[in-house]
Design a protein around this ligand. Sequence first.
Ligand SMILES: *[C@@H]1O[C@H](CO)[C@@H](O)[C@H](O)[C@H]1NC(C)=O
Ligand SMILES: *[C@@H]1O[C@H](CO)[C@@H](O)[C@H](O)[C@H]1NC(C)=O
Ligand SMILES: *[C@@H]1O[C@H](CO)[C@@H](O)[C@H](O)[C@H]1NC(C)=O
Ligand SMILES: *[C@@H]1O[C@H](CO)[C@@H](O)[C@H](O)[C@H]1NC(C)=O
Ligand SMILES: *[C@@H]1O[C@H](CO)[C@@H](O)[C@H](O)[C@H]1NC(C)=O
Length: 390
Amino acid sequence: MAAIPKLNVHVLVIAIFMFISLMASVQRVIWSAMMMPWDNDDGHPRRVDMDSKPWSTIVNDDDIDDYTTASLRDAANQPFIQNKIRGGRDYVTKKANNHLLKKLRTALTTADHANIHHHHPHRAATDPVSPTNIYILGERNSGTNYAASILKKAFIPPNDMDPSRLHEAFSSDIPILRHKHMFRHSLLNETELNEISGRTDILWILVVRRPCDWAEAMKRLPWHMCNTTNISSDCPGTKLVGFEHSKTLMKYSFAEFMELEWGDWPESSNFRNLSFVSKDFIYRNVFELRRHKLQLMKQIVDMVPRNVKIVRLHELELSPELMIQNLITEFNLTRLLRKNYRPQQPSAKQHREKCLSDEEWEIAQREIDWEMEANFGYTFLDCHRCYEEQ
Ligand SMILES: *[C@@H]1O[C@H](CO)[C@@H](O)[C@H](O)[C@H]1NC(C)=O
Ligand SMILES: *[C@@H]1O[C@H](CO)[C@@H](O)[C@H](O)[C@H]1NC(C)=O
Ligand SMILES: *[C@@H]1O[C@H](CO)[C@@H](O)[C@H](O)[C@H]1NC(C)=O
Ligand SMILES: *[C@@H]1O[C@H](CO)[C@@H](O)[C@H](O)[C@H]1NC(C)=O
Ligand SMILES: *[C@@H]1O[C@H](CO)[C@@H](O)[C@H](O)[C@H]1NC(C)=O
């Protein structure tokens, strides 16, 4: 009879010892995760380096919407905050207010627990959570910088890496799509599309511009163009290229340009290793290049049609505020809206529409894939022919 209580004491002592060491290691892991600055694998400066705000002020500040947040529990229910806490090592500095962090973690754990027990399998189909991240994609000379500046005034960019690189403020955290031009020379494969389809937290802003206006801009501002006569020496490694060709391109008429081969600098592989492109690529002409880029965007549209907003530059310039208000309504983005947001004015620069000579117009009509364009709201009437003096 005496042996049993003795055994229990041993078991109890061992159990307590194991519990204490377990808690100690759990705590070590949590604390090291909290203290470790996020090491960005593409060489971007870390966010903590950029603004050196303590995590707590970041979460306190613009991130939490004043109108909808009454308590920490409310804050922890906001997917935007949840993402920050779950993946949030990058927001934690040594100066973090750990008291607040602990409270938020606790609230979040409670919320997770509640979700596990009350999850209804069909709920997602009828009651989807609105997106909490905004990413921009679009081709060069389509107004992606402008769209980013408009969005930035209204919403917090998910990855505001460097204030001087505004154009990356709404770049994706999906490795293959990291840069807003994302563009690589193969289509997205099944694995990648699966990843995208799972990301219903993302609102994709796809920025496009009328095809002929866009082509004309590509002639004046040939971002990342390589001379195809010797593409490997013209577009070496990590050099930013394109505008070197502006002068040469002035010697070509617009009609000639529209039929000129376009050698594309693999921007996304060379430009700070943003993607997995390995070779240069030659397109039959600038419109074939465009078609390819639209096709990549169409793949995203097909995967997550509900989470896509197509933004046409000429409409955006007329009324950026209308886009913001439409986004807020359609995607229920009130909680992402900055405090003190002020309605925005029309763009100071309004691009005019080009009209084309008969020759230019015929080439454009022949080379543009209007079926693809239709997915983005354009028809053959978006390339205009000029009337000439009699
Ligand atoms: C798709 O591409 C990724 C690289 O982005 C690669 O890791 C993956 O294995 C590919 N999947 C398929 C099904 O080819
Ligand atoms: C490419 O190089 C060839 C040969 O030097 C030249 O004739 C042509 O004009 C160049 N094209 C462009 C777009 O720079
Ligand atoms: C193309 O560039 C490479 C590397 O600079 C050079 O070795 C080669 O001779 C060039 N070829 C032509 C046809 O200019
Ligand atoms: C890109 O990555 C490769 C291998 O990971 C590295 O050797 C190269 O220096 C990187 N380039 C840039 C521009 O960061
Ligand atoms: C919009 O989001 C708020 C939280 O910000 C939520 O309370 C509300 O129910 C949502 N509205 C719709 C129509 O989903």
